[in-house]
Design a protein around this ligand. Structure first.
Ligand SMILES: Nc1ncnc2c1ncn2[C@@H]1O[C@H](COP(=O)(O)OP(=O)(O)OP(=O)(O)O)[C@@H](O)[C@H]1O
Ligand SMILES: [Mg+2]
Length: 255
């Protein structure tokens, strides 16, 4: 599992985030952007954040460090903003902490030149995990100390939202095409084949199991058949391996 820290202070909500993430201080003296378990989007988006973020990191892309963060009931009690207080009360216990990159700028496609090799790798990863949240309108890329950082992967791995009755046949996700036309890095589509050649061989069953082992058991979707956490982790691994094997169905190509 990811390392765990404890909340010492809720600083302020990040109003630009749809799920009302908050800026939080923790007992390791770190400052984090926290995505709360009690937000309307549910726990599945936190699973996607961990799986895609940790996969990206293992493939050499930059993702702010992820941790679990415990939220004590007393911190919720002293929050004056009612909307925030409701969110904190619904999130007592473990939440997701993302290392805060101070004064990072949002990528705008103009003031920062992306390395084409890196751009191709981000496009390939987003296509693999079905991430639709890297558009011009909402790039979810930060520029910090002259480098590109990836954030906000909650919308990826959409197949798990269909799991209230248990994991399904991985083929549907595996073969769903990826529309990169709206992707903020789409000018670099010609770099995708080289990215695929470099990264696909790294995504082994072992690596995916390591990534899934970072997710806390209680956040995994819990279907009525009482599938064990290991069974659910295995289902994520199978979905991703099946998608890798079906790359001809989804690999985005330059027009
Ligand atoms: N680690 C970080 N360091 C600095 N700023 C961050 C970090 N994570 C998020 N932000 C800022 O907070 C904003 C919201 O974060 P994020 O996109 O992850 O939240 P969200 O609720 O999923 O938002 P939305 O769904 O609206 O895109 C980002 O656009 C960025 O400006
Ligand atoms: Mg976002």
């Amino acid at each position: 599992m990811l390392p765990t820290v404890a909340t010492t202070r809720y600083v302020t909500p990040l109003r630009e985030g749809g799920s009302l993430p908050g800026l939080v201080e923790a007992d390791d003296l770190g400052t984090y952007v926290v995505k709360f378990r009690g937000a309307g989007q549910g726990r599945a988006v936190l699973v996607a954040e961990i799986v895609v973020g940790e996969l990206a990191r293992r493939l050499g892309l930059r993702v702010p460090e992820l941790k679990l963060i415990d939220l004590d009931e007393r911190i919720a009690r002293y929050e004056p903003d009612e909307e925030v207080q409701d969110l904190l009360r619904a999130s007592i216990g473990l939440n997701l902490a993302i290392d805060f990159l101070p004064r990072a700028l949002g990528y705008d496609g103009v003031s920062f030149r992306v390395d084409p090799v890196e751009a191709g790798r981000v496009l390939w990863l987003d296509a693999l995990v079905g991430n639709v949240d890297r558009s011009w309108r909402n790039p979810n890329l930060l520029v910090w100390h002259g480098e590109l950082w990836l954030i906000d992967h909650g919308a990826a791995l959409w197949f798990h939202h269909r799991w209230p009755s248990g994991p399904r046949d991985p083929r549907h996700f595996a073969e769903t095409p990826y529309d990169a036309s709206d992707h903020v890095l789409s000018p670099h589509l010609s770099s995708v084949p080289a990215a695929a050649a470099a990264l696909a061989p790294l995504v082994t069953r072992e690596l995916l199991h390591d990534v899934l082992s970072q997710v806390p058991d209680q956040w995994l979707p819990s279907p009525p058949d009482q599938a064990t956490a290991e069974h659910l982790r295995g289902a994520y691994v199978e979905h991703l391996l099946a998608r890798l094997a079906a790359a001809q169905s989804w690999l985005p190509v330059a027009a």
